[in-house]
Write a protein that binds this ligand. Sequence first.
Ligand code: GN1
Ligand code: MG
Length: 375
Amino acid sequence: MFTNEEIRSILENFSVAGKFIDFYPIDDGHINDTLTVVYNVDGKEMRHLLQRINTAVFKNPDELMANVDCVTAFIRDKVIAAGGDPEREALYCKPTRTGKKYYIDEKDRVWRLYNFVENSFSHNSIESPDVFFNAGKAFGNFQRQLADFPIDRLYETIPDFHNTAKRYMNLVNSINADPKGRVRYLNEEINFCYERRNETYVLTGKTVIGDLPLRVTHNDTKLNNILFDKTTDEPICIVDLDTVMPGLSLYDFGDAIRFGANTTTEDDKDVNNVSLDLGLYEQYVRGFLTSAGNSLVDEEVKLLPFSAKMMTFECGMRFLTDYIDGDVYFKIHYPDHNLVRCHTQFALVADIERKYDEMIEITRKAYKEICGKEF
Ligand code: GN1
Ligand code: MG
């Protein structure tokens, strides 16, 4: 997708030591383009992470980078205060030669350069239950690290990102516009959404009346946004900070379950492979409550199972909306990719509904055992 020459000329605008040798794309994300770039510094290999920010999605790079900058600096201070290693446990962006946080090339593409966390990797699926316990602990810890972050310093980079009711309205608008004539084939999917429309208001409604506190949240807690240590398999740090915004702890919890506790991938073409793994759900609840449990209010814990359902439903609606719109938001690798993704998400919602009472029991028991509290 990019040539070596192209990347070299972009990197010349960043203030880093050594000589650029090579690059490797990282294909996990649906939004930005991410590459590992390799330098030779006095005979030693050194890596950085180069990213092209998708400005159709993140429309204001200044505000986005201001958020990333103050959140990463805040986390860095917390890591140092806790005696950790800030080079591995915190991210930072390397400045351009003119001292800016990002570089705009002649094609108006926006680039930034992050530190590369050596000897780390990310999981795209769960090989053993401990991995998911640790994932819950890591995202709970992230929330705890940012608990005293001054929330009004953050820009809302994508307004109403997890406002599920607004996402439903966006879907309805796309259905009405039907720019690609795809709606006529989507009766079942659209009915599925219509039947659940009243639930889309629950979380924002409870926030308005003060039952759920606004916190600094990550908002994109996919398992592959955690870096793990190759040697110890322990989580090191959280990446993909573009959507850090004021939000609900439930967004972070629910989205993590959506991705990680599914027995298959987000784009498995066979929906029969989709189900909620209750064992993994339990691991994540326990990990999350171990690090964040005592800072949560009872109402948040009570709604953990609901959030798993809502975040999965919301994501499915977003894939469906993008399919109707003609695949303009998420990167796709084949024509029906967004529809396939929508189907896995709705199948997972249906399975969560079947297992809902068990999820509540697991949550209740863990809350009692780990935090000594009840909801
Ligand atoms: C996108 O960028 P990536 O792939 O980590 C999306 C998330 C979705 C996710 C679905 C900014 O995340 O909200 O949950 O795809 N990010 C944005 O896999 O829209
Ligand atoms: Mg990501």
